[in-house]
Design a protein around this ligand. Structure first.
Ligand SMILES: [Zn+2]
Length: 342
């Protein structure tokens, strides 16, 4: 356990296995990496770097959707939550089921955060708090993402050009979150196929009430290969960072055009490192301006930044007059895991 921060009235924040908030009536671990000994463990959402296998000692707090999607990934987070005095959850707008948590009406932890409405996802609203622990993945000034409608038009134009040239298109993104947005936003194209991992996650969303079309999984059988050989198609596939077998196969075998969807596409260095033909800056996180707007709306007296550009974002907030500091080291595990992938 490292560095202890005192809030007020016996509330303290410390770091170790995730972030721990201790109050006079309970302790809670926020997005722990492994089973925690706190009274409660909060799992903000079902991305793999946020879920853990509980040991039964600590009661897991997560939305119903997070528990269901974690189950698809093989994690049993236990049954639904009961009302807990001093804990409120808010939709954090990152992926289906993602939540921010307000502890004792004072400490707000955002988890991964997006404030913009996208397809079936509603952006996180403002939550007033005294202490704000906010993610800062894109906490550097040049990360400003285009308006979603504008991006959708660009992508449709791109797919249309590929179809005109009779070339298949592969849209790649995180299998949970981004892939379902792609499935929803671009379902006017036909035919659309999906990778198995995405098929499972799409089905998980459909069971939870999201109106996604059911797409056929991509197969390596002879019949399937003959069928797709006859014209252009869209495949939604998991993103794989830089060079990958998937991209190579799709290009060599099908003459497909590959597009990647990530906020890191703002960086030319990132775009150039890809074997994709195109990269669209579509993210499930706040951009820099959205982070700043969120902080201003929450009106906290203390801000802790976590993940990504936590040092730089805290420094920027200090220049605006906030009492802000990074809570995690700049090289924290999430940044390594999700760097160039979310
Ligand atoms: Zn996430």
């Amino acid at each position: 356990m490292t560095r202890l921060k005192l809030v007020e009235d016996g509330i303290s924040i410390s770091q170790g296995n995730g972030i721990t908030v201790t109050t006079p009536s309970f302790s809670i671990s926020l997005d722990p990496r492994s089973a925690s000994d706190c009274d409660y463990s909060f799992v903000s959402h079902a991305h793999i770097d946020h879920v853990h296998l509980p040991n039964g000692k600590s009661k897991v707090i997560a939305s119903k959707e997070t528990k269901e999607l974690a189950k698809v990934r093989g994690y049993d987070l236990g049954k639904s939550n009961h009302e807990i005095s001093g804990i409120e959850l808010y939709d954090s707008g990152h992926i289906l089921g993602s939540r921010a948590i307000l502890i004792k009406d004072r400490v707000l932890y955002t988890g991964d955060l997006s404030t913009r409405d996208r397809a079936f996802l509603k952006g996180c609203g403002i939550v007033k708090c005294e202490t704000l622990i906010i993610e800062s993945t894109y906490g550097r000034g040049h990360y400003v993402f285009p308006e979603t409608g504008n991006l959708i038009s660009q992508v449709n134009k791109f797919i249309s050009e590929c179809f005109d040239n009779c070339r298949p298109v592969v849209l790649t993104g995180y299998p949970l979150g981004k892939a379902q947005l792609l499935s929803y936003l671009f379902d006017i194209w036909e035919p659309i196929y999906v990778y198995d991992s995405i098929h499972r996650m799409n089905n998980g969303h459909i069971k939870l009430g999201v109106e996604l079309k059911e797409f056929e999984p991509f197969r390596s059988t002879k019949e399937f290969q003959e069928k797709i050989g006859r014209g252009p198609w869209v495949l939604i596939a998991p993103s794989s960072g830089g060079k990958s077998n998937l991209v190579k196969t799709m290009k060599e075998r099908y003459n497909a055009v590959i597009a990647t969807f990530t906020g890191w596409a703002i960086d030319s260095r990132y775009r150039n490192s890809l074997s994709s033909d195109k990269a669209f800056p579509m993210s499930d996180h706040c951009d820099f301006q959205e982070l700043v707007t969120f902080v201003k709306g929450c009106d906290p007296s203390k801000v802790y930044t976590v993940h990504g550009f936590s040092d730089e974002f805290a420094a920027y907030l200090r220049r605006l007059g906030y009492d802000a500091e990074p809570l995690g080291a700049a090289t924290d595990p999430q940044f390594k895991l999700t760097n160039f992938a979310t």
